[in-house]
Design a protein around this ligand. Structure first.
Ligand code: SF4
Length: 264
């Protein structure tokens, strides 16, 4: 892994470091654009490595992953073989691999990646925006994912979701509803989660999101982080919610989903 170097990009979870190789080593079909060797924050209670896949069908204005979503063609591709070599060498330290993005489920070769990670002995967590229920069904039913985190951006109305995801949500809402049902009724562990963003969310919105996943095993709320480059530059300098405001979101969610957690 000594040939890996760090660079920073914005992205949608807590981490802000990605690794890439000094030069492109692309040798597989899978376009991997970022890799974190060790993370303690991407999978609760687990030490994980994180693989970033590019592109997304959403344009959430608050997205921290601007480069990965909009400019991934300019980013070097990391050869999966190098990542695999690192994972196999460091197997004793790493509990699982998180696949995130961008939106991973839009990559047709995602099942091959998951299968290979499982084959070499790693648990797999998938981060998704829920817009590809067929892929989520395949991965969960065929035992290729051990945990799914589905981001819910807003209450499931066309107007509200479109505002939060930055594109027309009309064609996506039924797919997201289907993905929710797959997780609610499936056998794979999961969480639903929402990043609450000033100007987009109020406590009442969180309540309505929770109504859509009532009965779920886990719902996570995370506060928006400022000072990271966002898809819509107007979101970059927004002040995150205060502790008291986050507590209000938490209480609103907990009324409907008892297993709500505050993260970050
Ligand atoms: S779903 Fe939204 S926040 Fe997540 S990668 Fe896509 S644009 Fe960014």
């Amino acid at each position: 892994m000594d040939s890996f170097r760090h660079f920073r990009v914005g992205f949608s979870a807590q981490q802000i470091r990605l690794h890439t190789v000094k030069y492109s080593l692309a040798s597989t079909q899978m376009e991997i654009k970022g890799f974190i060797d060790i993370s303690f924050s991407d999978w609760d209670s687990r030490v994980s490595s994180v693989i970033f896949l590019p592109k997304c069908n959403f344009r959430c204005p608050f997205c921290y992953n601007k480069n990965l979503v909009l400019e991934s063609d300019t980013m070097p591709t990391i050869a999966y073989d190098r990542i695999k070599e690192y994972l196999e060498t460091n197997k004793k330290w790493i509990d699982g691999v998180v696949i995130t993005g961008g939106e991973p489920t839009n990559h047709e070769d995602l099942p091959s990646l998951c299968s290979d990670l499982k084959r070499i002995g790693f648990s797999v967590k998938l981060d998704t925006n829920g817009t590809n229920p067929a892929m989520i069904r395949k991965l969960t039913e065929d035992n290729m994912a051990d945990y799914v985190a589905l981001d819910l951006k807003a209450p499931l109305t066309e107007e509200e979701y479109s505002k939060a995801c930055g594109v027309s949500a009309a064609g996506f809402l039924d797919r997201i509803r289907e993905a929710i049902q797959i997780l609610l009724w499936g056998n794979v562990d999961y969480e639903f989660r929402t990043t609450v963003v000033p100007t987009l969310h109020q406590a009442e919105d969180v309540e309505r999101i929770c109504q859509a996943v009532k009965g779920c095993r886990k719902y996570a709320l995370q506060n928006y982080k400022s000072d990271v480059e966002t898809i819509d530059p107007r979101f970059q300098d927004l002040k995150p919610f205060s502790t008291a405001e986050m507590e209000a979101f938490f209480q609103a969610a907990k009324k409907i989903v008892p297993h709500t957690i505050l993260r970050g």
